[in-house]
Design a protein around this ligand. Structure first.
Ligand code: WT7
Length: 649
């Protein structure tokens, strides 16, 4: 079935050109831009000039495989580029953030407002002893204070580690400890579909007083929901109290281009999430260039990225890219169906949004709800649509194009990763014709290839492993505290190219069609879940002996977690056990990792050398014919699973 899907994709021959009038006004109209990008260092040297530097760089790239230094010798500050440099001219009173709360409350912060609050909060952080290089964990709802906290860190050279508010206390704890953060910024709670998620209580669980390894001295709490929280004297303070009477003068720290800007944790093939490290210079150049060109950004655009800042999309295309470019950013705190299923369309109508950047899983959800919801709202302000997080199936692409874009908005399907920091493949909309389901071609100055297991380029029309051949400015610097893991995970296969973990094909026109992950990572609603992490959470339960998780194809989420679990000897199967196991995964990781299915079995299918054969389990989860079973130690195990799971369907 998977094979069929690829063939279907390559049969997709429809080409879409930008509407009349789009190209002649586009930011990029030069059809040779991709060729210019082939002189990579020259290209990125040019793009470096779009930022404000305290000191210009001496060398654009020092490449000491697999460690890159971009804009060597340059000094700059990310918050300065997002704020201070817009204060001179007409942008000073332009809306930087238009915030819409789930309950319908609204706040607009101009560039001047945002500048002032960031400088004040930076002074607050300083007063709690935060200095350049210290790590600050941010565990927050999607509210303006989250952006303020991030930029305040950047302003004084502290390293932010944003942890998505949907992660559990245990997952938060691991991230606080791995980063050795000294301060946590959080909120009392976060609204979600009218309920509230107890963020501060989760922080308290993550940091019990007796906790070893604990370097956290201060917790700053933003009042959002007003729910009761325990404030511990000495350690916990309210944001609104510590911000009182604080000076709004705080010089931006001149940072080395290769100093750390932030750490963001993401799942990999082992149980322990990786702290992906991004640095100031290259990252800022990369996100600024791609944000302007891919979204065809104009001064008057109202740009809405629906991602949470807890993910890389929020970092690069809700905060750093758009603010560096001086755009007006809409941020919405809540769920797409609260209070009604037309909430997104209501927001677009209300603020006359011109650019919408969202995920295929959301689009498929809207498709399921039906077109009457978008039809009931005025979406005529939209002029460009974006997609990110997973492959977008041509059907969803067409629906997005027709019912949201009114057949007049180009769709930019953007392929990239937490590690790449910036968009790596996407159309440049004024010059790249679109094909539904393809992220088209690499961005100028980015060198992507599809290779065989030895790292040799595969011919057009074929598929293989997706790799990045040359360093790019926003590339991750390392895995926090673990250079070896960085090298082993990303740079040791495929003849020394950067391994993305994805599989892709390219067609006769050189267009790329990303198929999905080839490692043990599941993409659930555009979020990366490591199978090893979910398995680790399951075996942590006292009844479980072994667990194996696979991604099952899911109509809306793209993939869902399907877990096969064997119980310890003597454990009696109870009705509640499956729910208990699901709850245990939520406790250990968060609800985003909750398995849709758990199947209890006496044994898991293994090879003679004892390796669990996930490939076969995936075949079973997807209800298709099983692949080669000849290396199994005991075929009866897999036959039993197949028979019973097919029977349940
Ligand atoms: C993985 C990275 C980058 C922001 C969100 C996810 C998949 C991402 C696309 C796309 C096909 C995509 C890949 C990639 N992916 N965008 N446009 N088409 N696949 O970031 O959590 O680091 O996940 O998401 O599999 O490796 P992430």
């Amino acid at each position: 079935m998977k094979e069929k899907q690829h063939e279907g994709l390559l049969e997709e021959k429809r080409l879409f050109f930008p509407p009349e009038g789009f190209c002649s006004k586009a930011v990029i109209q030069n059809p040779e831009i991709h060729e210019l990008g082939q002189n990579r260092t020259k290209f990125w040297d040019e793009q470096g000039k779009r930022l404000d530097w305290f000191k210009p760089w001496d060398t654009v790239l020092e490449w000491n495989h697999p460690f890159a230094k971009w804009y060597v010798g340059g000094k700059l500050n990310a918050a300065y580029n997002c704020l201070d440099r817009h204060l001179e001219g007409a942008r000073r009173n332009k809306a930087a953030l238009i915030f819409e709360g789930e309950l319908g409350d609204r706040r607009v912060l101009t560039y001047q407002d945002l500048y002032r609050e960031v400088a004040q909060f930076a002074n607050v952080l300083k007063s709690y002893g935060v200095v350049k290089g210290d790590r600050v964990t941010i565990y927050m709802p999607l509210i303006p204070e989250t952006v303020i906290a991030m930029l305040a860190c950047a302003r004084i050279g502290a390293v932010h580690c944003v942890v998505f508010g949907g992660f559990s206390a245990e997952a938060l704890k691991d991230r606080i400890h791995d980063s050795r953060s000294t301060i946590v910024v959080t909120a009392d709670g976060s609204y979600r579909r009218g309920n509230s998620i107890p963020l501060k209580a989760n922080v308290d669980k993550a940091l019990p007083v007796t906790c070893i390894n604990n370097c956290v001295e201060t917790i700053i709490v933003v009042k959002r929901t007003g729910q009761p929280v325990d404030m511990q004297d000495e350690r916990d303070v309210w944001y609104h109290e510590v911000m009182k009477n604080v000076s709004s003068v705080c010089p931006a720290e001149p940072m080395d281009a290769n100093d750390m800007l932030f750490i963001l944790y993401t799942s990999g093939t082992t149980g322990k999430p990786k702290g992906v490290v991004h640095s100031v210079g290259g990252y800022m150049v990369g996100v600024s260039t791609t944000h302007e060109w891919v979204f065809d950004l104009k001064e008057e655009d109202v740009y809405w990225c629906t991602a949470d800042v807890g993910w890389i999309t929020g970092h690069s295309y809700l905060v750093y890219g758009p603010l560096t470019n001086g755009s007006t950013v809409v941020m919405y705190e809540g769920a797409p169906d609260y209070p009604e299923k037309d909430r997104y369309w209501e927001i677009i109508e209300k603020y006359r949004v011109t650019i919408l950047y969202t995920a295929p899983t959301a689009i498929r959800t809207f498709m399921k709800w039906g077109e009457s919801y978008p039809r009931g709202r005025d979406l005529s302000s939209l002029r460009l649509l974006g997609s990110v997080g997973e492959p977008i199936n041509p059907e969803a692409w067409m629906w997005y194009y027709k019912y949201i874009g009114g057949e007049r908005c180009p769709i930019v399907d953007t392929w990239w990763q937490t590690e790449t920091g910036m968009i790596m493949m996407a159309p440049v909309p004024g010059i790249t014709p679109l094909k539904p389901g393809s992220c088209t071609i690499p961005f100028p100055g980015v060198h992507i290839e599809i290779v065989d297991p030895e790292g040799n380029l595969v011919p057009k029309g074929e598929g293989g492993y997706l790799v990045v051949r040359e360093p790019w400015p926003a590339m991750l610097k390392t895995v926090y505290g673990d250079d070896k893991r960085y090298e082993d995970t990303y740079w040791s296969q495929f003849g020394g190219a950067y391994s993305t973990g994805d599989e892709a094909k390219w067609d006769e026109d050189g267009y790329f069609w990303v198929i999905g992950r080839v490692d043990d990572v599941i993409n659930v609603s555009g979020h990366r879940i490591g199978t090893a992490e979910v398995e680790g959470a399951l075996v942590d339960h006292p009844s479980v002996a072994e667990a194996a998780c696979v991604g099952k194809t899911h109509e809306v989420k793209g993939q869902a977690v399907f877990a096969f679990v064997s119980l310890k000897e003597g454990i009696v199967i109870r009705d509640e056990l499956i729910d208990e196991l699901k709850a245990h995964v939520v406790l250990k990781i968060g609800s985003l990792a909750r398995p849709d299915d758990i199947f209890l079995t006496a044994e898991l299918p293994k090879t003679r050398s004892g390796k669990i054969m996930r490939r076969l389990l995936k075949d079973i989860a997807d209800g298709r014919e099983m692949g080669d079973t000849s290396t199994l130690a005991d075929v009866a195990v897999i036959n039993f699973l197949k028979k019973n799971i097919d029977a349940q369907k």
